[in-house]
Design a protein around this ligand. Structure first.
Ligand code: SF4
Ligand code: SF4
Length: 418
């Protein structure tokens, strides 16, 4: 009997692809923080191999090394041998959640996060209470109150609901019928990003549909090892959005998960082929909007530092498209950031369960952004936007943080950024 069971364990043949060369080490944020082999991609892979051995166990120490992985997938981009660390860590986490008993504190924390963050209607009161949490110092308290306050404190100061029409007509000849994923955190806290996505997609010839379902695509659960929860939400997402030609996503973590539905539901005979076909039709909004512009852009005088969200750059391989989109805006000066592809510490639920490490990584990124002298930050993922805004505020430089599509929509709307 080994620590892993036979149900979707990280496959030995994928683990054996690692030749232990160490090229991934400099790219790994946790290795750069602590310099410990067991907190590197290579070290975590060795621990997965060991967990396949007879009489191995999921000890607290081993699980802690996997838990500390940010899931940023910088190692996937860096690896010359094509090691599928993304599949390996996702399957490892699912094994851990099924076979390892966490402390009651950890279980309670995860339960609170999933019960709130993946339900937009439950998030709304929290969004309204966010200013209270910021002044009250509640986030320094332990337990569930502190957890709730941390979550609330990370939310934007003046969030507003999206004003999406059920259908927004395409301008000019229609390219495709696109469903815009509304999701959970984005819907509750970043309505302006949805509005901007509809404006920009319609201007560029897409007919935009905004169905209210699904409530959540399952990305947070998928990245945290709750495979059952993720599969349930994946099935609901496919059922709701598969009638459309394409599915547009403006949250990098959601897009990367939806592109992995084929792997997630691969063992479910009723859903495997549907999931595979669905994933083929998922696009980040930046992919849809980076082509030759159709609609007139108006000048937007701003210097903007673009930060690569890990689940866009590393997990989906999309880094040129958002830059091309921003460069299509007259007057906008794009500033490149040193280490723009390094994780900001948001990393799914990581900034809630490991706030100290998250703050350290967030401050590194915030300093790099400030060093560009830009007056605004652009990033294409809600978790990163919350994290960067919070760290910039903490450093006393509260630069506005926008999704690139908000800047494009402002340019299309006459050059006024609200
Ligand atoms: S994951 Fe890739 S880069 Fe890292 S040690 Fe293994 S083979 Fe080398
Ligand atoms: S996913 Fe990120 S944190 Fe985890 S091992 Fe790879 S580079 Fe390191």
């Amino acid at each position: 009997v080994s620590a892993f069971d036979d149900h979707r364990a990280p496959p030995l043949e994928l683990l054996d692809d690692c030749v232990h060369c160490g090229f991934c080490l400099p790219a790994c944020p946790t290795y750069s923080l602590w310099g410990a082999e067991a907190d590197s991609p290579r070290g975590r892979i060795v621990l997965m191999q060991a967990a396949h051995e007879p009489d191995s166990q999921l000890s607290d120490v081993v699980v802690a090394h996997w838990d500390r992985c940010l899931g940023c997938m910088a190692c996937v981009s860096a690896c010359p041998s094509g090691v599928r660390y993304d599949t390996l860590i996702t399957r490892t986490r699912a094994q851990v959640e099924r076979r390892y008993r966490r402390s009651w504190r950890e279980r309670a924390a995860r339960r609170v996060i999933f019960a709130l963050a993946t339900h937009p209607e439950r998030m709304r009161p929290l969004v309204a209470l966010a200013p209270l949490a910021r002044v009250g110092g509640l986030a320094r308290r332990g337990g569930r109150v502190g957890m709730l306050a941390s979550l609330a404190r990370a939310l934007p100061p003046r969030p507003r609901r999206a004003r999406l029409a059920a259908v927004t007509a395409a301008s000019g000849q229609r390219r495709a019928r696109v469903a815009l994923l509304q999701g959970c955190v984005q819907r509750a806290a970043f309505g302006a990003v949805h509005d901007a996505s509809a404006v920009a997609l319609a201007a560029e010839g897409f007919e935009v549909h905004a169905p209210p379902s699904p409530r959540c695509c399952g990305a947070l659960q998928h990245h945290a090892g709750d495979a059952e929860g993720a599969m349930k939400l994946a099935r609901a997402t496919i059922a709701a959005l598969e009638p459309y030609d394409l599915v547009a996503v403006n949250a990098a973590g959601c897009g990367s998960t939806m592109k992995e539905y084929g792997e997630l539901l691969g063992d479910d005979p009723a859903w495997a082929s549907r999931a595979e076909a669905f994933s083929e039709r998922v696009r980040d909004v930046c992919e849809l909007l980076a082509g030759e512009p159709r609609a007139e852009r108006h000048p937007l005088e701003a210097t903007v530092a673009y930060h690569d969200a890990c689940h866009l750059a590393h997990a989906q391989g999309i880094s040129a498209e958002p830059r091309a989109m921003l460069r299509s805006i007259p007057g906008l000066q794009l500033r490149e950031v040193s280490g723009a592809e390094a994780c900001c510490g948001s990393a799914g639920i990581h900034n809630l369960v490991s706030p100290t490490t998250a703050a350290e990584l967030g401050d590194r990124t915030a300093h790099a952004l400030l060093a560009t002298g830009a007056e605004m930050v652009a990033v294409a993922n809600p978790g990163c936007a919350l994290q960067l805004a919070a760290r910039l505020r903490a450093l006393g430089h509260p630069l506005p943080v926008k999704h690139p599509v908000e800047l494009l929509a402002a340019s299309l709307n006459g050059g006024e950024l609200r």
